[in-house]
Design a protein around this ligand. Sequence first.
Ligand code: PA5
Length: 465
Amino acid sequence: MYTLINREISMSTSSIKLDYGNLLNILSEEEIFSIQPAINECHNKLYNRTGSGSDYLGWVTLPKKIREDEISEIQSAANFIRNEAEALIVIGIGGSYLGAKAVIEALSHSFYNSFSENLQVFFAGHHLDSRYHTHLFQFLENKKFAIIVISKSGTTTEPAIAFRFLKNLLEKKIGKEKSKNYIFTVTDKDKGALKKLSILEGYKSFVIPDDVGGRYSVFTPVGLLPIAAAGIDITEFINGAIFSQNRYEMPELENNSAYFYAACRNLLYRKNKKIEILINYSPALQYVSEWWRQLFGESEGKDHKGIFPASCSFTTDLHSMGQWIQNGERTIFETILEIEKLSEILTIEEDNGNLDNLNFLVDKDLGYINGQAMRATAMAHLEGGVPNMKIKIPELNAFHIGGLLYFFEKACGLSGYLLGVNPFNQPGVEDYKRNMFALLKKPGFEKEREELLSKMPKPDEEKIV
Ligand code: PA5
């Protein structure tokens, strides 16, 4: 029988901790530790590069390999953008934008784009909506803006379209020659249309390592350049990842909370808990959830297997999804993100009339009230049949967000191997692209077009009520 002190796995108070106490009515510690041999096997696959997708394991040891000169080069491009532009447009989709968006949203002022002295940061090319893009281009008419365009393959349609529009807009505003200084690309070292374009136009270009896939690329220039441009300390961000890299280097579950998390979710899945909801209690973490959904969804959802990763923001969603979670189908579990130390204190003041009946909260901090809401909800959900675990983040800062993202990457790589899938490919993503190219008459997709059209209902055959 293994017992862990306080059911929290941590060597240091400053690391990410996992509280799994609210799983123990469905998973015993014996069960969890019984899969240590499988964990060891998967750990060896990650470090010895013997598992499937092993060409994409560069992220495992990446944080410690980032060189000072690489950081300086990124920082100097970021400084140029911060000094010379009023707005920055980050173009990318999937793993080529979610990491940067998650970190910027988590660590910037909640209204960072509304302060005139700040560099405003916007994203484009992560969907094909003409309304959003039209509004963005209208807004940029009177702005001095820079572009960071990110695509590992350099051929993805959504960002390529957005880049064509924005490049034209910039060139019309300040001329082709000057525009070159305001365009930065992040792509493969020698393949793809974006690389070719960067060379021909002379854009400053940053490289995504061959052995790091999109959703594991937040510690490459994919994440680091936009994050630095948003004014976030990337050295601290990387230091947090290095801390986690060291922390989660050994396979033993009692010392590795990332693997412990992976083990628990794998065992829950085997017990028919098919949906994981990542819960935050701060809107700052909403895009961390989006990034996490992509990381786990694209890594594990294959071969007709995989936990469906969902997310909720509480207490907001307790008034929309709370009912389903409390009483709906019992196939879910929750992973709660808790920020342990809050930097903002907001105390409830006394009101003589007490017409809102809130005087029982006088002198209580809003963070404390949010914390009690978290504890109350976790218990209610547990009693309603929803096991939950908590990931404790010591503080919302660059160091701990770096640590948290690496924690999830490590858990995800191992978790994919535990599930028996290749966590580093995304073959299913190609299916929609093939159909889209066929319908759009992209050269080379003639046969696919013919096949697709023969299967699709003709406009007059559509079943419409
Ligand atoms: O994780 C992944 O590999 C994907 O989500 C990609 O990041 C996404 O499809 C964008 O690809 P690219 O960077 O090649 O434009």
